[in-house]
Design a binder for this molecule. Structure first.
Ligand SMILES: NC(=O)c1ccc[n+]([C@@H]2O[C@H](COP(=O)([O-])OP(=O)(O)OC[C@H]3O[C@@H](n4cnc5c(N)ncnc54)[C@H](O)[C@@H]3O)[C@@H](O)[C@H]2O)c1
Length: 254
């Protein structure tokens, strides 16, 4: 029997991250589920996975803190012996007008959305090299790594940074057998955009710009993660797969 693969999913207790954790566990991965604040939700998912015969480890880690990231990887290796896949999913979106953006708000968002993935990728890659090379890093980015959004400049800058990070690291990591890929979700029904989804007028406006005419579901992203992490995607690195119902290519009304 081949060796069980091991994954870490950051921000794995809610939304997209929770769907990714469940999907990877179903696919046979031993999964470390990182949470920031929602320990109950994290433990519930881990128990669910265990009751289905899978393996899940719950670790609290704030991805904006490099020491927490080191502990996340160390605990994963102590429990499961290796690391094959990192999913940098944790993220925050704090919309604010450019003229009102404070230094602390800027620092916090960049720390979670860009610094976190950077140092988590570094810690994961170091472990992958130490165990002989190979592995995969998937960053959950956004259509806003490419599409500007008024009133959301810091988020766009962070996700744009993630785009260049992935394109650059693909060059450095390929010699080590490690692939790195971004997934760019469009509008997905999760707590991060609960306010928008609770407003029927905003939902209608959003749907008008989504050619496939529906809001995405967390499983749409989890399906993409599962495929990109698999050997079927072994020739893919340094790029972004947009999973957005066509939002990126919306051409306006005819
Ligand atoms: N939902 C969407 O429409 C959408 C669209 C594009 C991109 N994304 C991206 O998808 C990712 C997941 O977002 P979501 O929609 O599931 O949102 P969410 O708010 O449901 O989940 C975000 C997760 O990140 C965790 N998190 C926040 N700060 C953290 C920190 N400092 N350390 C560790 N974990 C932290 C939260 O606890 C939560 O579990 C994010 O990177 C987000 O930018 C979401």
């Amino acid at each position: 029997m081949s060796q069980q693969k091991v994954a870490i999913v950051t921000g794995g207790s809610l939304g997209i991250g929770a769907a990714v954790v469940r999907r990877l566990a179903r696919d046979g991965y031993a999964v470390t589920l990182d949470y920031h604040t929602h320990s109950d939700a994290a433990n519930t998912i881990a128990q669910e996975i265990a009751s289905q015969g899978g393996q899940a480890l719950v670790v609290q880690a704030d991805v904006s803190r490099v020491a927490d990231i080191a502990n996340l990887v160390a605990q994963t290796v102590a429990r499961f012996g290796r690391l094959d896949l990192l999913v940098n999913n944790a993220g925050i979106e704090q919309r604010m007008a450019f003229l009102e953006t404070t230094e602390s708000a800027f620092d916090q968002q960049i720390a979670v959305d860009l610094k976190g993935p950077y140092f988590a990728a570094q810690a994961a890659a170091r472990q992958m090299v130490a165990q002989g090379g190979g592995g995969c890093i998937i960053n959950v980015s956004s259509v806003h790594e490419d599409v500007p959004m008024v009133g959301n400049a810091v988020y766009c800058a962070a996700k744009g940074g993630l785009r260049m990070l992935t394109r650059t690291l693909a060059n450095e990591l390929s010699a080590l057998g490690i692939r790195i890929v971004n997934i760019g979700p469009g509008a997905v029904a999760t707590p991060i955009n609960a306010a928008t989804l609770a407003d029927p007028a905003k939902v209608q406006a959003l749907l008008a710009e989504i050619p496939l005419d529906r809001i995405g579901q967390p499983d749409d992203i989890a399906n993409a993660v599962a495929w990109l992490a698999s050997d079927q995607a072994s020739y893919i690195t340094g790029t972004t797969l947009f999973v957005d119902g066509g939002l990126m290519v919306y051409a306006g009304s005819l």
